[in-house]
Design a protein around this ligand. Structure first.
Ligand code: AMP
Length: 173
């Protein structure tokens, strides 16, 4: 199945000029959802992975399902102020201003091999900050996997040096 056909595009959301790639329609379609996790599992084959990290909030869906398939633990990356125990934090640039993401300080051990999962790579800012969080705790990013890549944005450039994998690419808005 062409996974792209299961993704709904909503023009001018959340603001004018942005085409929002809505994965809720893919999640509703059991064959499309299964295929997307199958393809992510295929990407993981032969890789040694200790933990899968998912980025709030849609990264939890794909990362969580994949962690179950792979038989490894799952680590949530959240917007600041949401995680209850001691956290480590990374700030990153937004179009206007900055934002930050957090991870529990005891989630990763030095030397852990980590796969980072999100739904979509746009500018790569969130993923790049997530990789820094991993490295801050002495663990290693062995790959970045996303359902969707907006290939007309410099996400891959921002993530130079990492193995970046995506299932569906868009070459323009
Ligand atoms: P970025 O840090 O720029 O790579 O943005 C990453 C996050 O923003 C992704 O995890 C997406 O959830 C969300 N996002 C950015 N652009 C879009 C879009 N066109 N459609 C849906 N989600 C988007």
């Amino acid at each position: 199945m062409d996974l792209k056909s299961a993704i709904r595009s909503i023009p001018n959301f959340p603001k004018k000029g942005i085409v929002f790639r809505d994965i809720t329609t893919l999640l509703l379609d059991k064959a499309a959802f299964k295929q997307s996790i199958d393809q992510l599992e295929n990407y993981c084959k032969g890789k040694k992975i200790d933990k899968i990290l998912g980025i709030e909030s849609r990264g939890f869906i794909f990362g969580g399902a994949l962690a179950d398939r792979m038989g490894v633990g799952f680590v949530p990356i959240r917007k600041k102020g949401k995680l209850p125990a001691k956290t480590i934090r990374q700030e990153y640039q937004l179009e206007y201003g900055t934002d930050s993401i957090e991870m529990h300080a005891d989630a990763l051990k030095p030397g852990d091999l980590v796969l980072v999962v999100d739904d979509l790579i746009a500018t790569g800012g969130t993923l790049s900050a997530t990789c820094k969080l991993v490295e801050q705790s002495g663990a290693k990013v062995i790959g970045i996997a996303a359902l969707i890549e907006l290939a007309f944005l410099p996400g891959r450039e921002k993530l130079t040096g990492y193995d970046v994998f995506s299932l569906v690419k868009y070459d323009s808005e």
